[in-house]
Write a protein that binds this ligand. Structure first.
Ligand SMILES: N[C@@H](CCC(=O)N[C@@H](CS)C(=O)NCC(=O)O)C(=O)O
Length: 201
């Protein structure tokens, strides 16, 4: 199988961390595809034109990181997404907030890199406020995910790493000791170190 990705996409990073955590690097090859270049290989399998996208050996391609992660997780017996029950909804809820933070951070990045006369402060402020509120919620609920190695916790760690990469001015660690300690633990994991976005990009 092949995962189309970029090294900077945090959505692709979720899949790439999971592939490493579940020992699937031999089964899933990672291929660079820059969405803004409209590569034919990507458009052929994902009409949305986005990464990540997964080409499977014997079935239709998959896109959207929650779906791809669910599929990757199904390949291994060490499940990072519980199949049912309260823990499933806890994990998916944390993934949803982490993915929402990624959407806000990506949206903010797009807005702040436009020429100055085309930027909308309204949107930048709205995105920054959403990120700050989400961080506060995560800090207040840290005991629910901090000790876990599952998709929810991993997606939160990826979202925090993406803030360091694209929105360091957020200073998300300030006043958030539990999130800081949680992130430090993830940052040491080989799966996380191996998928760190490149410094210059
Ligand atoms: N909800 C999607 C978001 C994927 C996404 O937005 N990927 C970005 C890269 S970080 C992309 O391909 N953008 C290209 C575009 O929007 O045209 C997911 O979770 O996979």
């Amino acid at each position: 199988m092949q995962l189309l990705k970029t090294d900077t996409s945090p959505y692709a990073r979720k899949c790439r961390v999971l592939i490493r955590e579940q020992g699937l690097t031999q089964r899933i090859e990672e291929i660079d595809a820059m969405p803004l270049d409209n590569p034919a290989a990507l458009l052929k399998i994902n009409p949305l034109g986005k990464v990540p996208a997964l080409i499977r050996d014997d079935a239709a391609p998959l896109f959207n990181s929650p779906l791809i992660c669910e599929y990757i997780d199904s390949l291994d017996s060490e499940r990072w997404i519980p199949a049912s029950g309260t823990s499933r909804w806890r994990v998916l809820r944390f993934q949803a907030i982490a993915d929402g933070m990624l959407d806000l951070t990506v949206g903010r990045r797009i807005e702040t890199t436009r020429p100055e006369d085309k930027r909308f402060d309204f949107w930048i402020e709205r995105q920054e406020a959403g990120i700050a509120r989400s961080l506060d919620l995560l800090e207040s609920e840290a005991e629910k995910f901090a000790g876990a190695f599952d998709l929810g916790a991993m997606a939160i760690a990826v979202a925090l790493g993406y803030l360091d990469f694209r929105y360091p001015e957020s200073e998300w660690r300030k006043g958030r000791d539990r999130l800081t300690a949680f992130y430090d633990k993830w940052a040491e994991r080989p799966s996380f170190r191996d998928t760190q976005p490149p410094a210059e990009s």
